[in-house]
Every structure is written in C-alpha cells, then in structure tokens.
Ligand binder design. Sequence first.
Ligand SMILES: C[S@@+](CC[C@H](N)C(=O)[O-])C[C@H]1O[C@@H](n2cnc3c(N)ncnc32)[C@H](O)[C@@H]1O
Length: 216
Amino acid sequence: MKGSYLGEALPAYLSAHATQPDQVLRDLAVETTALHSDYAGMQIAPEQGTFMTMLVQLTGAKLAVEVGTFTGYSSICIARGLTPGGRLIACDVSEEWTSMARKYWERAGLTDRIELRLGDAVETLGALPADEEIDFAFIDADKGGYPAYYEALLPRMRPGGLIVCDNTIQGGRITDPDAGGNVPVLREFNDMVTADPRVDSVLLPVADGLTLARKR
Ligand SMILES: C[S@@+](CC[C@H](N)C(=O)[O-])C[C@H]1O[C@@H](n2cnc3c(N)ncnc32)[C@H](O)[C@@H]1O
C-alpha cells in the first residue's frame, strides 16, 4: 500500500475513509494487475483518485492535461471532474498500456472528453497552442522529465490553475540523503517548485506524495 511511510495502520485507514472507487475503476485496477503485474504499482492509489476528481471539480477545470496515462486510472479520475464540455489531453509513449486506457474510457463513457497523444510528452506539450489556457495538469511520467514537463506546462496554465505532481515523497525516502534512484531527482524538483515565485505550492502526504502548485 502506498503511504507506508505513515506507519502500518494509517495508510489503510486513510484509504478506507475516502469515497470508494466505482466498479469501472475497480475492474481497471484488477485488469492492470492481471496483465501488467510488474508495473501495476504505477497506478495511482484509489483515495488519490478520489482526491484528484475533487481537485479538478474545485478548480472548475475545463481543459486538463495529464503527463503519464499508463492504463488510464488517473485519466478517468481527472476527466470525471471536468465541467460539462471539458477536455483532457492525455500524454503517454506506450501504445500497449494506453490501449487498456482506451477500453476503460469507453466503458466510463468518457471517450468524448479524453484525447490521447502518443509520443514524448515534452514534444506534445511544446506543440500545444500557447493561447489555450490549461486549468489543471497532472505530472506522473518519468521522474527525470518532471522539470521539463513543469516548465512546459506552467506558462500555459491560467492564473489560479493547478499543477499536481505525483510521487514527490518517494515512499518516505525523500529526506534520506543516501537514497539513490529517483530520490535525488525529485528532491531537486521539490526544491525547484518551492522556490518558484510563479506559484504557491504545498507537498501533501497523500499516497506517495502529491505536490500542488497553483499558478499566481
Ligand atoms: C507512473 S505511470 C502513470 C500512471 C497513471 N497516471 C495511472 O494512474 O495509472 C508513468 C507513465 O508515463 C509514461 N511515460 C514515460 N516517459 C514518458 C514520456 N517521455 N512522455 C510521455 N509519457 C511517458 C509511461 O509510458 C507510463 O505509462
């Protein structure tokens, strides 16, 4: 379970005390584990999905962008929170993983709200029209790419728009000076966001850590 840095009992308690995922999301989680067991841990946690739908609703988002779609769990949570007529641009490099996402978008009745863009997200984001303001963005792809995704998104966000970044606590290892892997990269990213005068930000202990950066 994500959030084990909070101790043994608390993560399950937090997960149980959120609105629970519906049958579509539960089936998606099960099928992801069955077909891609080595990678299923990449999927966001259920309570994070509930929280993200709520954030999208609170932002009143009409246009959202996701960087890192995988089999589609977070994209469904985002798309469900959009205002009527809203749109999510979902970026990923994997045809195989996103084929499952497409199937579940169909089942969730969201095909008219989600556009998949296959390719390196730096290029996809760079090609987005500069005059179309984004209300909500979610960054959850390769961790080394976070600074580039953030810098590509921020100028396109409307004032008051929200960028949400996943995995910024790294299973609690973010404060361990000896930790390797993605930890040093994300520590640098967290420092970069905190020091950025263009946003107000907060790092929340939700699941594996969620950074919220609201454009000033
Ligand atoms: C952690 S998973 C995303 C999980 C997803 N948000 C969910 O809730 O299921 C990361 C995804 O980023 C994608 N990815 C990796 N590098 C990428 C890149 N350069 N551009 C776009 N997507 C990328 C991977 O293919 C993978 O599907």
